[in-house]
Design a binder for this molecule. Sequence first.
Ligand code: COA
Length: 173
Amino acid sequence: MFKRMTNVRVRSATAEDIRLLPAIEQSAAERFPPSDLPAHHAQTTPLEELRQGLAAKTLWVAEGEGAQVIGFMLCRVEGSSLHIAEMDVLPDRAGRGAGSRLLEAAFVAAIGMGLRSVTLTTFEHLPWNAPFYARRGFQPVADLSDFPHLGAALQAEAVMGLRRRVAMVWHPA
Ligand SMILES: CC(C)(COP(=O)(O)OP(=O)(O)OC[C@H]1O[C@@H](n2cnc3c(N)ncnc32)[C@H](O)[C@@H]1OP(=O)(O)O)[C@@H](O)C(=O)NCCC(=O)NCCS
């Protein structure tokens, strides 16, 4: 189902990783056309949220060659879902499977935690957003009342001025 990269390894984040993550997120944000993500929206995830993910063991990093940290995924438990709050891969390391490996980690963790789904919000029209997730088994959420955290996330994003956002969900087979 996933393309494999022998030289990418996903592991739980450590405290030492945290300081590397804002720069990765900032570089990844540069992929977005300014019409989708105006510069003033491109703030990085607060360190406190990353530390919360570390404590909850819902923060993962992808390592490339030489154990360089090239990407990360921050999740949190929302109801019976593991929600992907942030996922980024360095642009010059993207498109080689690191994002897919991070998603696999979320699927494995959700199943291991006895959760019913993995959720996220994303841009519906960018090829490395909704279409990418759809190819990995995510579906658009039909009824937001089943996932109050997704309704809240979309609302907050709309207030920030983001458009063409969609909520998606993955269920274990
Ligand atoms: C989303 C993201 C984390 C994926 O990481 P990645 O390491 O590139 O993931 P993979 O290599 O496993 O797969 C990338 C997919 O996007 C597609 N893709 C990537 N760049 C693309 C581009 N410029 N045009 C078209 N498709 C593109 C690839 O075709 C691939 O899909 P496929 O294997 O089904 O064909 C990474 O693209 C990223 O950091 N993007 C910017 C930040 C972002 O969008 N975060 C997620 C917000 S919900």
